[in-house]
Ligand binder design. Structure first.
Ligand code: URA
Length: 210
């Protein structure tokens, strides 16, 4: 993946995203739409995945045909909202290895603090796709990518649903080698760090916690 930012402006993605943004959309529909969109985003973020040829027999003859090397791929969900994207991608690439990074925001320093980290082994040999629906300030995304690099990952992509210009700039500064794939770039962040117009708190909307 050569460019730093890829915008997935396919009509199906944009249509589903509009329904997700609508505050009247139910938790159940929001979760279902996120799963559907993650299939479509997975299509984009999985371009140039490591492939391997396998010998098969069609009804006509034997051939060497390409398959995804699922074991060469690690998906890392940034908790908790990342799980919404993760589940959809796993529908398509079930053999991928999966890791989780949990970060909370210290209310005084506003900096991300790690409370959980469980990553697959051998990250140095894998393509690592980190997923979080909302790239807002970029603080937690940058911290999560820092962790992945400390664990050895060298080939990382970041997948989100919505991005703020501030978060994109922060990621580009800290991790210019990590391409970002998103369905939309919104206008700005508000004083609470929410993406505007956005869709609200992705975790709350997915799990009905508000
Ligand atoms: N996280 C969210 O869930 N929503 C935002 O708008 C920003 C960060």
């Amino acid at each position: 993946m050569s460019q730093h930012l890829t915008l997935v402006d396919h009509p199906l993605v944009q249509h589903k995203l509009t329904i997700m943004r609508d505050k009247e959309t139910s938790t159940k529909s929001f979760r279902q739409l996120l799963r559907e969109i993650s299939h479509l985003l997975a299509y984009e973020v999985s371009r140039n995945l490591p492939m391997t040829d396998v010998r098969i027999e069609t009804p006509l003859e034997a051939m060497d045909a390409p398959m995804i090397e699922g074991k060469k791929l690690a998906l890392v969900s940034i908790l908790r909202a990342g799980n919404g994207l993760l589940d959809g991608i796993l529908d398509l690439i079930p053999a991928a290895r999966v890791g989780f990074v949990g970060l909370y925001r210290d209310e005084e320093t506003l900096q991300p603090v790690q409370y959980y980290c469980k990553l697959p082994e051998g990250l140095e040999d894998r393509l690592v796709i980190a997923v979080d629906p909302m790239l807002a300030t970029g603080n937690s995304s940058v911290a999560a990518i820092d962790l992945l690099k400390e664990a050895g990952a060298a080939n990382i992509r970041f997948l989100c649903l919505l991005a703020a210009p501030e978060g994109i700039a922060r990621m580009k500064e800290a991790h210019p080698d990590v391409p970002i794939v998103t369905a939309a770039v919104d206008d700005h962040l508000n004083e609470m760090g929410y993406i505007v117009p956005g869709l609200g708190d992705a975790g709350d909307r997915m799990y009905g916690t508000k």
